[in-house]
Design a protein around this ligand. Structure first.
Ligand code: COA
Length: 397
């Protein structure tokens, strides 16, 4: 085996297709700032956010996930998909995997395994790595990886301005059309209570400043391990996709990484490496597990030609687990992108005012086991029709 293949492992497994979906509604930070008296510059410049996706009453992680995955199935068929891995930290059930609802809505074959994964915002990266392992075992198979989340903090909490919602669907296969994922991975775990959500709560608890330092500590830890595992030098990367709880965090993380790597990188260079990854997250808000792959979608859709260039990924999940790994962009990738669909998913959202947002934020499903149909609000392809006998009922719209 050559030195190159040792470093990059089997270079022919990775992301074959990528599609994302978000919500019916959007709340702008201008509206939020006007309501709570915050200087809008804090939102726009301080945290780097312009608006947040807000689910309609009949949307949730399942409807977004099905909307994200449907175009992938339409393009590639489901014949080779034997596994669906659904990553989320805002699951709708403690036992049943949300991916089974998606499997049903998309009519996937019964000869499929479906499972849900959780570790805060890191879960989708674990799903991606598991998927790569499965494809290594049988290169004829494909794995559908879905990351879908709705981030929700209490009204008035500093985290409120970093809410958002989206789902990303990725088809993992041999000979991928978009990004080959390399073998060396830097991993890091630390037992920290920076962000968590006990089972009895619908909103997350967070120590915001602690979560920023925990994230930066994880950047150091993953990079150290990645280097020890024989990873690439920092200067070999053209761009970096970071988990973006708010887009300014990507800039903070990259500055920290370059300092760790012994480089004195200026603002312009940081903006060049990170800026193109932030376009969608800036308007969608924190989509937890989906965020780092929304960053990839943004990079592929907005950057100049990236053919054969190396992209670094830093996936962080509070609690905390993180991973740094690399991918290389495949020649011809541009003809497989869904850029117009992605821009439309963001642009088509309906602006809501603060009062509408508040009603949706406070919506809670009755727990009496009765019949509770939901209003028809979403214009997306799938909806949550209601809850009956404690069962969620989904339908194509
Ligand atoms: N104009 C421009 N910038 C301003 C500003 C103004 N008027 N007012 C504040 N800012 C800047 C601050 O300087 C700060 O930037 P810096 O960190 O680069 O110095 C930024 O805006 C945020 O201000 P801060 O006072 O720290 O905000 P906050 O107390 O509201 O908390 C979070 C911000 C991100 C910690 C909070 O939104 C949160 O808890 N989010 C959820 C958890 C999270 O996202 N964690 C990230 C790691 S997973």
């Amino acid at each position: 085996m050559s030195v190159t293949s040792v470093m990059s492992g089997d270079p022919t497994i990775g992301i074959h297709d990528l599609s994302f979906a978000t919500t019916q509604y959007v709340l702008t930070h201008a509206t939020l700032a006007a309501e709570n008296g915050t200087d809008i510059a804090k939102y726009h410049a301080g945290i780097g956010q312009r608006s947040m996706s807000v689910p309609a009453a009949d949307e949730d992680i399942v409807t977004m996930a099905a909307a994200a995955a449907a175009p992938v199935i339409a393009r590639h068929g489901a014949e080779r998909i034997r596994t669906v891995v659904f990553a989320t930290e805002t699951s709708v059930d403690q036992a049943k995997a949300a991916g089974i609802h998606v499997h049903s809505l998309l009519g996937l074959p019964s000869a499929t395994r479906v499972v849900e994964l959780k570790q805060a915002c890191y879960g989708a990266t674990a799903a991606l790595q598991f998927a790569i392992g499965l494809v290594h075992r049988d290169r004829s198979q494909q794995v559908l990886v879905i990351a879908s989340d709705v981030s929700k903090y209490e009204l008035g909490n500093p985290g409120e301005a970093t809410q958002g919602a989206a789902a990303v669907a990725m088809l993992v296969s041999a000979d991928p059309a978009l990004v080959r994922i390399e073998d060396p991975s830097g991993v890091f775990t630390a037992d920290i209570m920076d962000f968590w959500r006990p089972n009895y709560r619908t909103t997350a608890l967070v120590d915001g400043q602690e979560s920023i330092s925990a994230y930066l500590q994880a950047v150091e830890g993953t990079w150290k391990d990645y280097t020890e595992q024989g990873g690439r030098a920092l200067t070999e990367f053209s761009a970096f996709c970071y988990h973006q709880p708010f887009t300014k965090m990507a800039y903070k993380a990259h500055r920290h990484l370059t300092q760790q790597g012994g480089h004195d990188t200026d603002q312009a260079e940081i903006a060049r490496c990170v800026g193109p990854t932030t376009t969608y997250n800036m308007d969608v808000g924190n989509s937890y597990t989906a965020s780092v792959y929304l960053a990839l979608a943004s990079l592929l859709d907005h950057a100049d030609d990236l053919t054969d260039q190396a992209v670094g990924f830093l996936s962080y999940g509070s609690g905390s687990v993180a991973e740094f790994f690399a991918g290389t962009v495949v020649p011809g990738y541009r003809s497989h992108l869904r850029s117009a669909m992605h821009r439309e998913a963001v642009a088509r959202r309906e602006d809501i005012d603060y009062a509408q947002y508040r009603v949706l934020h406070e919506q809670a499903f009755p727990v009496d086991g009765g019949d509770h149909p939901l209003p028809r609000e979403t214009t997306g392809p799938y909806r949550l029709a209601g809850i009956s006998g404690h069962k969620r009922i989904y339908e194509p719209r």
